[in-house]
Design a protein. Structure first.
Length: 559
C-alpha cells in the first residue's frame, strides 16, 4: 500500500482501510476494557486479603517478641525491614497509577481519585493508549523513564529479599517463587516469533502499547506480586524463630514490685509474669560485686545474634542453684551505707548441647536508719542569710530528692540544701522524690520567715556600767555583736554613733562616721572627770543584706 506511486483512488482506498481497522480495534478495545476493569477489581480484592494476612503474621512477630526478645529480635527486625521496603515500593506503584490516571483525565479526577483509592466506574479515558506509554516510557526508553526506574526498583527489592538471610541459604523453592513473582525479564518468544519493540524489553512489553484500563490492571498485578513475595518471605522468617528452641517443663508465676516501701500518695506497682524453667538441669550462675556490667558482649558473625561471656580480670563467684527449681539466692549484709551494684551471667545448656548465656545486673542502696524530731514551733527561716536545711525521704537516696520553696530559693549544697528567703512571712517547702522512675511529691512543710534580730552594741564587750577611764580610752571603738542565742555567723558593721559627756558642767558631744573612736572622742573622754557619764547613742549598723539597724545606747560612768 505504501510502495511505489499510488493513484488517488488507491490512496483513498488505503485511507479507508486504515480508518476501518482503527474502528474495529476501537470496538474490540471497548469490550476488552470491561474485562480489564473486572480483573483490576479482582486484583484489588486479592491485594486487600493478602495485606490482611500479612498483618496477622506481623502481629505474631510482635507477640513472639514480647515473650522472648533475644530469640525473636533478629527475625522480627528483618520482617520489619521487609514490611517497610514492600510498602515503599507498593506506594510508588500506586503513585504511578494515580499520576497516569490524572494525566489521562486531564486533571479532572473529582469522584475518580479519593486519596489513593481509584473508582474505576468513573474513569472516562479508558481507551487512552498514549498517556501510559508517555508517562512510563516517553519518546525513548532511557534510564530516566518511569518504566526503567520501576524495573530497577523491583530488581532491587528482589535482591533485597534473596540476600536478607545471611546465615544460610534460603530454600530453593522460596528463591524460585520470589524470583518468578518479581521477574523483570522480557517475555519468552514462541517458536518462530520475531523480536519486536513490544517484546524486546520488559518495559515495552508492560507499557509500550497498553490502554489506560489495562495499564491499571498491570500495575495492580505488580502490587499483588509484591504482596505475594512479602508473604512468602515473612512466613519463612517467622519459621526461623523456633529453630534451636529451648524446651521448658515448668512455669511459675512471679511478682516483682517496684518497691516494698510506699510513701503515702504514691502508687504501689508490681509486674506479674510467667517464668519458665527446665527442672531437669540446673543452671550455672556466676556473680561479681561492685561492677554494673560484668560481662562482654559481641555479635556472632554467622547468626548476627548477640553473644555474652565472662569479662576477663573479674573475680566471679559461682552461686549455687537450688535443686529442682534452678533458683539462685543472692544475699549480702548491709554493713555500710551507700549504693551497691552487682550482676553476672547465667548459663544453661541448649537443645544441641551448646551453652546459652544471658547477663543480668542489679542495684540496691544501703541507708542509715533515721529518726527525725522536729520542734514545730521553731520552723523558722531568717531573711538575708543562708539557712542550712536537711531534707531526707526514707528509702530514697539524696541524689533522687528535690525541694523548692514558695518564698525563696532552695539550692542543693553537698548532702543538704541552702535556703535563701525573699521576704518576711510564711514559706511552704515542697519535697519531691524519684520513685519508680517518676518524680512525685512526697510532702510539704510550712516555715516562718523572720528578720535577723538586731545586734547588740558593745564597747569592751560591755553594754554599759562602770568602766575605768584609761580602759575606755584604750578601746578601738563600738562593736556590733549578735545575741548569744543566735546561731548564724553574721557580722554587722557599725556605720555611725554619737559620744556625749559632761565637761566642767557643760554637755559635749562628738559625731563619728564609722566604728572607731577618733581623736575627738578620745579627747572628750580624756577631759571627762571620774564619776561623770560617757554616753554612746544614735548607734547605727549595716547587715550583710544591706539593711540599717538602730542599736541600743551604751551608758558608762567613769571610775
Amino acid at each position: 500500500m505504501a510502495h511505489g506511486k499510488e493513484t488517488p483512488r488507491q490512496k483513498m482506498i488505503g485511507m479507508m482501510y486504515l480508518v476501518l481497522t482503527a474502528m474495529l480495534a476501537l470496538n474490540v478495545s471497548i469490550s476488552v476494557l470491561d474485562a480489564f476493569k473486572i480483573i483490576d477489581e479482582g486484583l484489588e480484592k486479592t491485594g486487600v486479603t493478602m495485606e490482611s494476612k500479612n498483618k496477622d503474621i506481623y502481629n505474631e512477630f510482635e507477640q513472639a517478641y514480647q515473650l522472648n526478645q533475644n530469640k525473636t529480635a533478629l527475625w522480627r527486625d528483618r520482617a520489619i525491614q521487609v514490611r517497610e521496603r514492600t510498602q515503599k515500593l507498593y506506594n510508588y506503584i500506586q503513585e504511578l497509577k494515580i499520576k497516569t490516571l490524572s494525566e489521562a483525565e486531564r486533571g479532572k479526577t473529582e469522584g475518580i481519585i479519593q486519596g489513593n483509592v481509584i473508582d474505576r466506574n468513573q474513569i472516562k479515558a479508558t481507551t487512552d493508549y498514549d498517556t501510559p506509554a508517555r508517562i512510563m516510557i516517553g519518546n525513548d526508553l532511557t534510564d530516566k523513564s518511569e518504566a526503567r526506574i520501576l524495573k530497577n526498583e523491583i530488581e532491587g527489592y528482589r535482591e533485597f529479599l534473596l540476600s536478607l538471610v545471611k546465615e544460610k541459604d534460603i530454600p530453593e523453592q522460596l528463591k524460585n517463587s520470589i524470583s518468578k513473582s518479581l521477574d523483570t525479564e522480557p517475555p519468552t518468544l514462541q517458536p518462530r516469533q520475531k523480536r519486536t519493540p513490544e517484546n524486546s524489553t520488559w518495559e515495552y512489553h508492560k507499557f509500550g502499547h497498553t490502554p489506560l484500563m489495562g495499564f491499571l490492571a498491570i500495575m495492580s498485578s505488580l502490587q499483588i506480586d509484591l504482596r505475594n513475595a512479602e508473604s512468602e518471605m515473612i512466613n519463612y522468617l517467622y519459621g526461623q524463630i523456633s529453630a534451636g528452641e529451648v524446651k521448658f517443663n515448668e512455669l511459675e508465676a512471679v511478682v516483682i514490685p517496684n518497691t516494698n516501701y510506699v510513701i503515702r500518695g504514691n502508687p504501689y506497682k508490681a509486674n506479674i509474669f510467667l517464668a519458665a524453667r527446665d527442672t531437669t538441669q540446673a543452671p550455672k550462675i556466676f556473680i561479681v560485686e561492685g561492677v554494673s556490667q560484668p560481662w562482654t558482649e559481641s555479635t556472632d558473625p554467622v547468626t548476627g545474634l548477640k553473644v555474652y561471656s565472662r569479662k576477663e580480670g573479674l573475680n566471679y563467684t559461682e552461686l549455687p542453684a537450688e535443686r529442682g527449681t534452678g533458683k539462685g539466692t543472692y544475699e549480702r549484709q548491709g554493713s555500710s551505707v551507700g549504693q551497691r551494684s552487682w550482676g553476672g551471667i547465667i548459663q544453661i545448656n541448649g537443645p544441641g548441647g551448646e551453652p546459652i548465656i544471658r547477663p543480668f545486673s542489679a542495684e540496691y542502696t544501703v541507708a542509715e536508719g533515721s529518726v527525725v524530731v522536729s520542734p514545730t514551733k521553731m520552723n523558722v527561716f531568717y531573711l538575708g542569710v543562708d539557712n542550712p536545711v536537711e531534707i531526707s525521704v526514707s528509702g530514697v537516696p539524696g541524689n533522687k530528692i528535690r525541694a523548692n520553696a514558695s518564698n525563696g530559693v532552695l539550692e542543693p549544697r553537698g548532702n543538704s540544701f541552702i535556703m535563701r528567703a525573699k521576704r518576711i512571712g510564711n514559706c511552704m517547702v515542697t519535697v519531691s522524690a524519684e520513685l519508680d522512675g517518676k518524680w512525685s511529691t512526697v510532702g510539704t512543710k510550712e516555715f516562718r520567715v523572720k528578720a535577723v534580730p538586731d545586734p547588740v552594741a558593745t564597747v569592751n564587750n560591755q553594754k554599759g556600767g562602770m568602766i575605768a577611764k584609761n580602759l575606755l580610752m584604750a578601746q578601738s571603738g563600738v562593736m556590733a555583736t549578735m545575741p548569744p542565742d543566735f546561731d548564724f555567723d553574721l557580722k554587722f558593721n557599725v556605720t555611725e554613733f554619737t559620744v556625749m559627756t559632761i565637761i566642767q558642767g557643760f554637755v559635749r558631744e562628738a559625731k563619728v562616721k564609722g566604728a572607731r573612736f577618733n581623736q575627738e572622742v578620745i579627747n572628750l573622754i580624756n577631759n571627762t572627770s571620774k564619776g561623770n557619764p560617757v554616753m554612746i547613742n544614735e548607734i547605727r549598723a549595716v547587715g550583710p543584706d544591706g539593711t540599717i539597724r538602730n542599736l541600743n545606747s551604751i551608758n558608762f560612768k567613769l571610775n
